[in-house]
Design a protein around this ligand. Structure first.
Ligand SMILES: C[S@@+](CC[C@H](N)C(=O)[O-])C[C@H]1O[C@@H](n2cnc3c(N)ncnc32)[C@H](O)[C@@H]1O
Length: 463
């Protein structure tokens, strides 16, 4: 399609989309851009592409607007067992080596599928894990799958697929892992479905790696057929973040079409025919620090009965960037351990930090994140209460505690902490980056909290 909107408008729109979603719309794709904006106009209740473009450029985009734009402008092409050479390399080389290396100490495996679309990719990986991990109960496996498009995420969490999703899938996979429904669609076996945690995450804007959204200490990151749609600048930033999100020796799997010596120059290139696999070397000079700030959706996200609550895109954990810093400090050691997945050691270092500086609320806040990551939510709540005792205006601690209450169904307490956090945020200009948050602005946190608040049940009379 030939674009009809003025060039100045299309140029400004493509700059906006590059900045907020990462998408690259060069001039030769302005027809696609205009078509997407025209489709989004309906969702924005606007008559046409021109008025929609004007509106998008007139004020900073909200989180909800970004979701709507992403759902009209991103490419949702995917299917089970796509690019089989990459999955073969994972199945035959990467996974067996990881299982062997971890078999005798921590039986922990962490995999992230970034840009997971409607779920076919992470579920394919879950099926491989199902076949290859011998004693499932003995292993703690995290399979995180994130995307920017809430419609895709909702479909993914439902786990139901039509024939087209199986266009390159051996028949036995369908027979073994799916049940045919009356309407001819296929429902994924709950055992496989439950292995994947779906979350919202905007690779262009959200903060990662972070304990708070569980994107740290990854063994393998799959990000296939995503970076090819990004601007070169955004792709570089994303790859840099992936490098930090991986443990030493961890793997980044991209599409063969995305292979690039320049883009992945911080990684070692592993030669597997037909696949593009990059490995983070143990002696890489990559910064190891995990960003400890709130970011989207650490909670498991299951099929939703109604429209996606934006709560699915928010942190349910502590924001921990405020912990005391400095090379060689116990707090820094705690963060380094956490970023490599050594949580017991991280907690021990953090307790040392607290012992050395008992009145610093940030240490308790850092401990809360580690405890939450360890699954000790009650301890995390106690740590957050200590942080708030020392600093009642610690906005991120109020938010984290509210989220923990929410996860326990204690909505009245949750609401109280969210309201308190919102009141504190009113003292900050919206574009002010919150102290120690590594980029989170007061306005963005306010938006996130508002969306969580709106997801709480109206009647908080019970709990
Ligand atoms: C072509 S699909 C790839 C799906 C799957 N990885 C595969 O290879 O089959 C691209 C996915 O990237 C997602 N995406 C695009 N921009 C994104 C962003 N800024 N953050 C997160 N996901 C994004 C899209 O929503 C879409 O689901």
């Amino acid at each position: 399609m030939q674009p009809t909107l003025p060039e100045s408008l299309l140029s400004a729109l493509s700059a906006l989309l590059a900045a907020r979603i990462g998408l690259h719309f060069p001039k030769e794709r302005w027809g696609d851009l205009e078509r997407g904006i025209a489709a989004a106009a309906t969702a924005f209740d606007l008559p046409d592409a021109a008025s929609c473009a004007q509106r998008l450029l007139s004020a900073p985009l909200t989180h909800r607007e970004i979701e709507i734009l992403a759902s009209h402008l991103t490419v949702g092409e995917t299917y089970f067992f796509r690019e089989p050479d990459s999955l073969d390399a994972f199945e035959q080389h990467i996974l067996p080596a990881l299982l062997q290396a971890r078999a005798h100490n921590m039986r922990r495996l962490r995999i992230w599928c970034a840009g997971c679309c409607t779920g076919e990719e992470p579920y394919s990986i879950a099926m491989l894990l199902d076949r290859l991990i011998p004693e499932h109960e003995a292993w703690h496996v995290t399979l995180l799958a994130t995307d920017i498009n809430p419609v895709f995420l909702r479909k993914a969490a439902e786990g139901e697929y039509g024939d087209w999703s199986f266009r390159a899938t051996p028949d036995w996979i369908r027979a073994r892992y799916f049940k045919r429904k009356r309407d001819g669609r296929y429902a994924l076996h709950p055992r496989i479905r439950n292995k994947v945690t779906f979350s919202y995450l905007n690779l262009a804007e959200d903060v990662y790696p972070a304990l708070s959204n569980n994107t740290h200490a990854m063994d393998v990151i799959f990000c296939r057929n995503v970076l090819m749609y990004f601007t070169a600048e955004r792709a570089r930033a994303v790859v840099e973040n992936f490098n930090r999100a991986l443990v030493d020796g961890g793997w980044l799997v991209v599409s063969p079409a995305e292979a690039s010596g320049i883009l992945f120059s911080r990684f070692a290139n592993a030669a597997f025919a037909g696949a593009a696999l990059y490995r983070k070397s143990a002696d890489a000079d990559a910064p190891r620090l995990v960003s400890l700030v709130p970011a989207p959706a650490p909670e498991p996200w299951r099929p939703l009965p109604q429209a996606l609550p934006e709560a699915a895109a928010v942190p349910a954990t502590a924001s921990l960037a405020a912990a005391p810093r400095g090379p060689g400090t116990p707090a820094q050691a705690a963060r380094d351990c956490a970023s490599q997945g050594r949580l017991d050691e991280a907690a021990a270092r953090c307790r040392e930090a607290i012992a050395a500086d008992k009145l610093n609320p940030a240490g308790h806040y850092l401990l809360a994140a580690i405890q939450q990551e360890q699954g000790y939510n009650d301890d995390a709540m106690q740590s957050l209460k200590r942080a708030l005792y020392l600093d009642p205006d610690f906005v991120l601690a109020h938010f984290a505690l509210g989220n923990l209450y929410r996860s326990q169904g204690r909505h009245r307490e949750a609401r109280r902490h969210f309201e308190h956090a919102q009141a504190l945020l009113r003292n900050h200009p919206t574009d002010e980056v919150l102290p120690e948050s590594e980029g989170l602005t007061a306005g963005r946190l306010g938006e996130i909290i508002a969306s969580v608040q709106s997801s709480l049940p109206q009647n908080a009379a019970g709990r």
